[in-house]
Design a protein around this ligand. Structure first.
Ligand code: HEC
Ligand code: HEC
Length: 462
C-alpha cells in the first residue's frame, strides 16, 4: 500500500518539564497523536501515543531536533500506550511509523494484564435469597451457555476492545462504564462516528436476573446472547459486520489463544463472541452493597433515614399506598413477570414496546432494569430525562401523568370514588422523599465499581 511506504512521523515537541506539544499526524491511522503526560507525585512523566490502528510506532528522542536516537518500538494494543521517560533531561520526542518495524504483534503476554489463573466468574458468592425462588427462577443463564472462568475472561477482553467498532474507537465499555454501574453518565451515548444513541445506556448490574429474560428498554432482544451482537452491528453504535469482526479478531494472536482456552479450538466465530460477551455481562454481579449487609442483620447497619426510606420503598405501615416494590421487587429490585408504563408522558415520544409492535396498548411500555447501583447510573429513565434520584422521587410523588396504558400500581386503586384509576399521588414530605433517595443509595456496591475482574484488561503502558 502506497501510504504505508511513506515514513510517518508524529512529533511531540516537548520538554519533559515544559509540556508544549506540537503534533503532526498522518496516515496510516487517522487520529494518531503523540503527547506528553505530565508526571504525578508517584509516576514520572510519560510519552503517550494514541492510534486507533494499533500500529507499532518507533519512539525517538532528540535534544536538538537534528540527531534522533531510538528509545523503543511501541506496539499499541487498544488505542493508546504510555511510555515513561526520565524527567531529568530536557528532550524532544517523536514517534515514527516505519513499515518494516510492524513486526511486534499483540500477544497474551504483552497486550493484556490477565492473571495467570483466571478470576472466578463461574461461581460467584451469592446471598441465600439468590438460590431460592423467586430469584432462582429469574436467572437467565441458559444451559447452553453456562459461565466459565475462561469464557467470561474472554468476554471481559471483548467488552473493553475497541476493535469491536469499525474504526476501532468505541468499545462496549465506552457506553457502559464500570465506575457508573456499567451505564453512561451522558444522557445519550456517542457511537463510533459521533452519532448519539436514541436512548440512555442501561446499567448492567445483575442483568443476569430478569424473569422475562429479554433485553433492551423495549425488550427487542430475546436473550442476552442475541443482545450482545446487536451493538456491534448497529450502524450508529459500532458499525461493524460480523464477518469483518471475526476476521479482525482472528488476526490477533491473543484472541486465538483465548478462544482456544475457552472453546477448545482457536476459531473465532460470531456465536462464540456472543456467548463470551454474555458470560461476562452475567458476571457483573452486585451483592456487596450496604443493603446486602443489612439483609443479614435486620438492617441494624442502616441510619434512621435509610430505614425510613426502606419502609417507604417497601410500602410498610403508614406507607402502604407506596408501590415501588410492585415493579422493583426482590433483592434484585426487578419486576416479576410484567413490563410497565410508569406515566412519564402522554403521548410518549419514544413509544418503547409500542414502536416495535405498532400496537397502541404497548405505547410507553419499558423494561424495568434492576435498581442495583442506581446511584451510579444517572441520568434516569429510557431517555435519561431525570438527572438525579431526587428528581425521580419527585416524579413518582406528584408527577405521574395519566395515560391509557399507565400500569395499575401507579393508579389510585378501585373503590376510591372518582379518583379511582387516576395517577397515584404519594404526598410524601420532603424528609420522606429524601429518605427514599437515601434508601436507594444503600444499593450502591463500591466493590463492583472497582472490581479488577470486571475492569479493563488491556495493557496501556504506564
Ligand atoms: C454507543 C453506545 C453503546 C455501545 C458501544 C454499547 N452499548 Fe449497550 N446499550 C447502549 C444503549 C443506549 C442501550 C439501551 C438501548 C435500547 O434499549 O434501545 C444499551 C443496552 C444494553 C444492554 C441491555 C441491558 C438490559 O438490561 O436490557 C446490554 C446487555 C448491553 N447494552 C450490552 C452491551 C455490550 C455487550 C456491548 C458491546 C458489544 C454494548 N452494549 C455496546 C449503548 C451502547
Ligand atoms: C408500575 C410499575 C412501577 C412502579 C410502581 C414504580 N416504578 Fe420505577 N420504573 C418503572 C419503569 C417501567 C421504569 C422505566 C421507565 C422508562 O424508562 O420509561 C422505572 C424506572 C425507575 C427508575 C430509573 C431506572 C433507570 O435505570 O433509569 C427509578 C430510580 C425508579 N423507577 C424508582 C422507583 C421508585 C422509587 C418507585 C416508588 C416510588 C417506583 N420506581 C415505582 C416502573 C415502576
Amino acid at each position: 500500500m502506497s501510504t504505508k511506504s511513506k515514513t510517518i512521523r508524529l512529533l511531540a515537541l516537548a520538554t519533559v518539564l515544559g509540556f508544549s506539544t506540537r503534533l503532526s499526524v498522518g496516515q496510516p491511522s487517522t487520529g494518531a497523536t503523540l503527547g506528553i503526560v505530565p508526571g504525578t507525585g508517584t509516576n514520572g512523566p510519560a510519552v503517550r501515543i494514541t492510534d486507533p490502528g494499533n500500529y507499532v510506532w518507533v519512539l525517538q528522542r532528540s535534544s536538538d531536533l537534528t540527531n534522533w536516537t531510538e528509545i523503543a518500538p511501541i506496539k499499541l494494543h487498544n488505542g493508546s500506550y504510555s511510555f515513561s521517560v526520565p524527567s531529568s533531561s530536557r528532550s524532544l520526542f517523536r514517534a515514527v511509523f516505519l513499515p518494516a518495524r510492524q513486526t511486534i504483534t499483540s500477544q497474551l503476554t504483552n497486550a493484556l494484564l490477565l492473571p495467570s489463573m483466571p478470576f472466578n466468574y463461574s461461581s460467584p458468592a451469592l446471598p441465600p435469597s439468590f438460590s431460592i425462588n423467586p430469584i432462582l427462577a429469574q436467572d437467565n443463564m441458559p444451559a447452553t451457555n453456562v459461565t466459565s472462568d475462561t469464557g467470561a475472561a474472554l468476554g471481559r477482553v471483548l467488552f473493553y476492545d475497541k476493535r469491536l467498532s469499525t474504526n476501532q474507537t468505541v468499545s462496549c465499555s465506552s457506553c457502559h462504564l464500570q465506575a457508573n454501574g456499567f451505564s453512561d453518565p451522558r444522557r445519550f451515548s456517542v457511537g463510533f462516528n459521533g452519532g448519539l444513541t436514541g436512548r440512555n445506556s442501561m446499567g448492567l448490574s445483575n442483568a443476569r436476573w430478569y424473569q422475562r429474560v429479554k433485553f433492551f428498554w423495549d425488550e427487542r432482544a430475546a436473550t442476552l446472547e442475541d443482545q450482545t451482537l446487536r451493538p456491534i452491528q448497529d450502524s450508529l453504535e459500532m458499525g461493524m459486520t460480523l464477518t469483518a469482526l471475526t476476521n479482525r479478531l482472528a488476526a490477533e494472536p491473543f484472541y486465538t489463544n483465548l478462544f482456544a482456552q475457552t472453546f477448545g479450538t482457536p476459531e473465532v466465530t460470531s456465536e462464540r463472541i456472543s456467548r463470551a460477551l454474555a458470560q461476562f455481562v452475567r458476571s457483573i454481579v452486585s451483592v456487596q452493597s450496604k443493603y446486602d449487609v443489612g439483609v443479614t442483620m435486620n438492617f441494624a447497619n442502616f441510619t434512621a433515614q435509610e430505614n425510613l426510606g426502606r419502609q417507604i420503598f417497601f410500602g410498610q405501615g403508614t406507607f402502604a399506598h407506596v408501590t415501588c416494590v410492585r415493579c422493583h421487587g426482590t433483592d434484585n429490585f426487578v419486576p416479576g413477570g410484567g413490563i410497565f408504563n410508569n406515566g412519564l408522558e402522554n403521548p410518549y415520544v419514544d413509544k418503547g414496546v409500542g414502536a416495535l409492535t405498532g400496537q397502541p396498548q404497548d405505547e410507553g411500555l419499558f423494561k424495568v432494569p434492576s435498581l442495583r447501583n442506581i446511584e451510579l447510573t444517572a441520568p434516569y429513565m429510557h431517555d435519561g430525562r431525570f438527572a438525579t434520584l431526587e428528581r425521580v422521587v419527585e416524579f413518582y410523588d406528584s408527577g405521574v401523568v395519566t395515560h391509557p396504558n399507565l400500569s395499575g400500581p401507579l393508579r389510585v386503586p378501585p373503590g376510591n370514588g372518582p379518583a379511582s384509576g387516576t395517577p397515584l399521588r404519594l404526598n410524601l414530605t420532603p424528609q420522606q422523599q429524601a429518605a427514599l433517595v437515601a434508601f436507594m443509595k444503600t444499593l450502591t456496591d463500591t466493590n463492583l465499581a472497582a472490581d479488577p475482574k470486571l475492569s479493563d484488561p488491556f495493557n496501556y503502558g504506564n
